[in-house]
Design a protein around this ligand. Structure first.
Ligand SMILES: [Zn+2]
Length: 608
């Protein structure tokens, strides 16, 4: 992967994996050099995802995902290795030499180039739409925006624009810099079936344009709201189709602007419409994002979870949106968000509410918003008359599917108690119902136990042998030479791991990336386990003590083998005296071996 002289190596040398990963995952310091957080690659409630600051790698003890800063960004952003290098460099302000990145295939290089060009094109188009809004022909567009209460400042911040009625202005603007193929791939244009080259025209015409950006702020799509009263002009809201740079299910509107506020305020407000989102943002609620009307995708929920798991859901209370709302809530519950439901009065969407009632009233409404289950209970109590047994049953049946989705058993139990009280039924009965409902969730993933019998001395050896820290270079060489010459790892729990490490250094001089070792999954997990849980700094003294312990152990094991052989021979000869002597020695030896292990363990305990 990263070799000296490579661009990747240069970037990696300067990259701070904790900072880069911290952009996606809330990290807490968990040791001298490592940090932990909730894994972004699998669903979990207790952190099993670790990042090591000096070794510059991450490992998840839950799902086994592991790698370096580039593989992390690659996975998170779904991009190629060269793109990941660029992104990491950009994030950390590392100056890149002007070299062509290396791609693993022609196709990959073409795709990456195309995405880059499409992003350029979208930026150009966004500027074009912004300009158009200030032209005389756009008076009706400006009037519409003013009517919706949007200030100049808000229009500027959200880069709201206008797509002119003519289908050809944008194309004329772009065609000298982008090929016809690219224009067609951009999602910005339409054409008639069988039309010759050049026969394409703007998809967005006479519309207010809202750019949609990735969380990093790069524009990748647009929404156009029609200004034409004529129904033939197409749908009221028109969105970019899926393109090589835009996938609806991976983007949340306004997350690029909201992310900092979400982190800072520790919760997200989610609304349905873009206009709702803009209104709230303009009123000072900077932690707002829009789902754009449809149900959340899992990707969107995970994306959001990287910034905060507290959310206030403010969807329109009409029935049309109800099923999308329900599905979105299901996704949030499954990902263990703390959800509050904000319901505005009948007839008010967030935009209208802000304009009629003002920001203080909205802030108060947020303050009063009930937790999701309180809201559900309230709904059940209003819908079913729980004074009758029949009503109680219906209320429970209404709530059961929701309870089933709660991943946390303790939460389910406390909910059962709460509900029982409110419904006036025996809580034991209700808990039983819930337990059965929850049983349908399927067994939770079992974490693989990695509790092999690994002694502290072995751990030190593994740490030294796999070190990538330049200051530990001589320790690494000492460890590797001892392994190679004395086979100290023979018979140890870490034998295969150490052997792989050993074989990975042909000249035993180069720096090696421990995460690029060809390790089996269990070995990689073991390596991460040892490195992430190191408790004391690696020193020459520590290493010498570890080597001495291992040598002692090796000698005892050797003697044990000799004794076993001697016992066999003495039995054959019928030499009773010799047999007794050997058996006694073996007993002493076994005790020594066990004691040696214990000593080491307690040493390790002490230093913890
Ligand atoms: Zn994981």
């Amino acid at each position: 992967m990263a070799n000296p002289g490579d661009l990747a190596y240069t970037v990696k040398e300067q990259a701070d994996i904790v900072r880069v990963v911290g952009d996606y995952v809330k990290l807490k310091k968990a040791g001298a050099q490592n940090f932990s957080g909730l894994c972004p690659f699998h669903q979990e409630k207790t952190p099993s995802f670790s990042v090591h600051a000096t070794r510059q790698f991450y490992h998840c003890f839950g799902c086994g995902a592991s790698g370096d800063v580039f593989s992390f960004v690659q996975k998170m952003e779904n991009i190629t290795f060269p793109e990941a290098i660029r992104l990491v460099a950009e994030k950390l302000d590392i100056k890149l030499p002007k070299t062509t990145p290396q791609y693993s295939s022609e196709q990959e290089a073409r795709d990456a180039r195309m995405r880059g060009q499409l992003i350029d094109m979208h930026e150009r188009a966004a500027k074009f739409f912004e300009e158009q809004l200030h032209r005389p022909e756009a008076a009706h567009a400006r009037q519409y925006l003013a009517g919706r209460g949007l200030s100049e400042e808000t229009i500027r911040v959200f880069r709201i624009g206008y797509a002119p009625d003519s289908g050809f202005v944008l194309k004329d603007r772009l065609k000298s810099d982008f090929s016809e193929e690219l224009l067609r791939a951009s999602g910005l244009f339409s054409w008639k079936e069988g039309a010759e080259a050049g026969g394409i025209y703007s998809k967005f015409r006479n519309r207010i344009i809202f750019p949609i950006a990735q969380e990093t702020g790069k524009i990748i799509a647009f929404t156009g709201r029609t200004l034409s009263p004529d129904e033939k002009a197409g749908p009221k809201y028109l969105n970019s189709p899926e393109t090589p740079i835009y996938s609806k299910s991976r983007v949340l509107y306004n997350l690029d602007r909201a992310r900092e506020a979400i982190r800072h305020l520790k919760y997200t407000i989610i609304v349905e419409g873009q206009m709702d989102c803009i209104s709230l943002y303009a009123a000072g609620f900077h932690n707002v994002v829009a789902s754009s009307g449809t149900a959340f995708s899992e990707t969107q929920v995970r994306l959001l979870g990287r910034f905060s798991k507290n959310i206030v859901v403010n969807f329109d209370p009409d029935t049309a949106g109800a099923s999308a709302t329900d599905r979105s809530l299901e996704m949030l519950v499954a990902e263990e968000f703390k959800i509050k439901i904000l319901r505005l009065e009948e007839g008010y969407d967030p935009d209208l509410f802000i304009r009629k009632r003002g920001r203080d009233a909205y802030a108060q409404a947020i303050g009063r918003a009930p937790y999701y289950f309180d809201y559900l209970v309230d709904r059940a109590l209003r819908t079913f008359p729980v004074r009758t047994p029949e009503g109680k049953k219906n209320a429970v049946n209404f709530l059961l599917p929701h309870v089933r989705r709660l991943p946390n058993r303790i939460e389910r139990e406390s909910l059962a108690q709460d509900l029982a009280q409110k419904l006036g039924i025996d809580s034991a009965v209700l808990r039983q119902e819930f337990r059965m409902a929850a049983a349908h969730r399927g067994a939770p993933s079992v974490r693989t136990a990695m509790d092999l019998q690994i002694t502290p001395a072995e751990k030190v050896l593994v740490r030294a042998a796999s070190s990538t820290v330049p200051e530990e270079d001589s320790l690494r060489r000492t460890a590797l030479e001892a392994l190679d010459n004395e086979r100290l790892h023979a018979g140890l729990g870490t034998e295969s791991l150490l052997q792989t490490i050993l074989e990975s250094y042909p000249a035993r001089r180069e720096q090696l990336d421990p995460m690029s070792l060809r390790l089996a999954e269990a070995e990689r997990a073991l390596l991460a386990q040892i490195i992430m849980h190191e408790t004391e700094p690696l020193t020459a003294e520590l290493l010498q003590a570890a080597l001495a312990a291992l040598r002692h152990r090796a000698r005892l094991s050797q003697r044990e083998r000799e004794i076993k052989q001697g016992i066999v021979e003495a039995e054959r000869r019928g030499d009773v005296q010799e047999l007794l002597r050997l058996k006694q020695e073996k007993l002493d030896l076994d005790r020594d071996l066990a004691a040696g292990l214990e000593d080491e363990e307690s040493e390790g305990e002490k230093s913890r």
